[in-house]
Design a protein. Structure first.
Length: 420
């Protein structure tokens, strides 16, 4: 059986759900990139006995154990001493760690306390895994044949730096890295996971690269993963499969890897030297927030109006009072006039509007909770609106989130049609 890695995250706060376990996700991605098999993850609280039980199980089935958390100065930081006790090796204070902590604290005007000295303890035969950003170092340790242990603090920023600067070179030099697993993710909006899967079903039978679908927050992704001796060779395996998938999927794919709907829309606006303004009701500024989350968005984002009340719709966006009275605020005429009004008011190329019923109250038989209208006003006299019925049972924030993403996707899809 191939040697494999196991991730063990230590911290009662993880079990209680007080913080998100982003370290496990990061390490899983990094191990995949390095081509190191990874079959198990464990989360255990700040309890020595339960931590020992986790170590006993993991050391029997995995050959690389990666610990995060439990390396701080407080009494509940027990990872290093529990590991030493389990494998029967004494701890010794490392003077180089004391010197590093002292220097870092001096820059901040702090004094080294007795509790901080606890972080300088390490098993006798271990190497120090240096921490360039914080005071808690980790260890690289082989307590028994064919078992390697790496420990990291739980602070993600510190752990990432230690992994990239120290752990990855160590694993590469130690023969752990034989092949790389490289992935390309195709990202889709406006199509269900099942519908997308039906269109690309035969690709799921591939062995290298593999293709797998998964859905998250309304978005559907296809991950293409290839195993090869190098990243360049993995990419060469991925490229023809990606091309075939794109031909099959067409406009439902909005981007790859780290692309977002906001970043893709931003790229379109920059490319055509266009600007945009938003008029929002039920999303309360969320669309503007999504657009301005992209660095450099000031070059294309003109501003926005949160028009919750009909009075604001009339006075700031020039929405017709008779149309409001006849059709209601959640309607095609109002969505279109909101988009046109904010575009003209702020002097931008595009105006985009959202008006709907996010719930949980306010719905009627003809206009239920989850009904949302999205309006677009663009160049060459373009103006249109579409209505959507989002799943209200998933809650108010779900309706708002889908409204924001769908508005961005609607603009993305209409761009080539409007510019013809």
């Amino acid at each position: 059986m191939d040697r494999s890695a196991e991730v063990i995250c230590v911290g009662t706060e993880l079990l209680l759900g007080d913080i998100l376990n982003s370290n496990a996700q990061y390490l899983a991605q990094q191990l995949a990139t390095l081509g190191i098999p990874h079959y198990y993850q464990t989360v255990v609280g700040d309890n020595p006995q339960r931590l020992k039980e986790a170590i006993a199980i993991a050391s029997e089935r995995s050959q690389l154990l990666i610990f995060t958390g439990g390396l701080g100065p407080t009494p509940d930081d027990l990872t290093t001493e529990t590991l030493a006790d389990f494998f029967g090796e004494p701890l010794v204070e490392r003077p180089e760690i004391i010197a590093d902590i002292t220097e870092k604290f001096a820059h901040r005007g702090w004094n080294v306390t007795p509790s901080n000295r606890k972080q300088a303890l390490a098993p006798v035969s271990s190497q120090i895994l240096s921490n360039p950003l914080g005071s808690a170092p980790g260890i690289i340790w082989q307590p028994q044949p064919d078992l390697t242990i790496l420990t990291f603090p739980g602070v993600p920023r510190e752990m990432h730096a230690m992994w990239e600067q120290v752990a990855t070179p160590y694993l590469q030099a130690s023969g752990w890295v034989q092949q790389t697993i490289y992935s390309r993710t195709l990202r889709h909006w406006g199509v269900s996971e099942s519908a997308l899967a039906d269109r690309v079903q035969e690709f799921f039978d591939l062995k290298n690269p593999t293709v797998a679908p998964y859905a998250s927050k309304g978005e559907v992704r296809l991950r293409i993963s290839a195993k090869a001796p190098s990243e360049a060779e993995a990419l060469a395996l991925i490229a023809p499969v990606e091309q075939q998938l794109r031909q099959r999927i067409s406009d439902d794919c909005f981007g790859t890897d780290d692309d977002t709907l906001s970043s893709v829309v931003g790229q379109l606006l920059r490319q055509h030297q266009h600007t945009i303004a938003v008029a929002e009701s039920c999303t309360g500024g969320g669309l503007g927030q999504a657009l301005t989350a992209i660095p450099g968005s000031s070059s294309y984002f003109g501003g926005g109006v949160i028009a919750y009340s009909n009075a604001v719709k009339e006075t700031l966006l020039n929405v017709s009072a008779p149309d409001l009275a006849e059709h209601g605020a959640v309607s095609h005429p109002v969505a279109q006039q909101m988009a046109l009004g904010v575009r003209d008011r702020l002097g931008t190329t595009w105006g985009i509007s959202i008006t709907g019923i996010a719930g949980p109250e306010g719905g009627t038989e003809t206009k239920p909770v989850g009904l949302v209208y999205i309006g677009l006003a663009g160049p060459h006299g373009y103006i249109a609106s579409q209505d959507y019925r989002f799943a209200a049972y998933r809650g108010r924030e779900w309706v708002r989130w889908l409204s924001i993403c769908t508005a961005l996707d609607q603009l993305r899809r209409q761009y080539p049609n409007v510019l013809r």
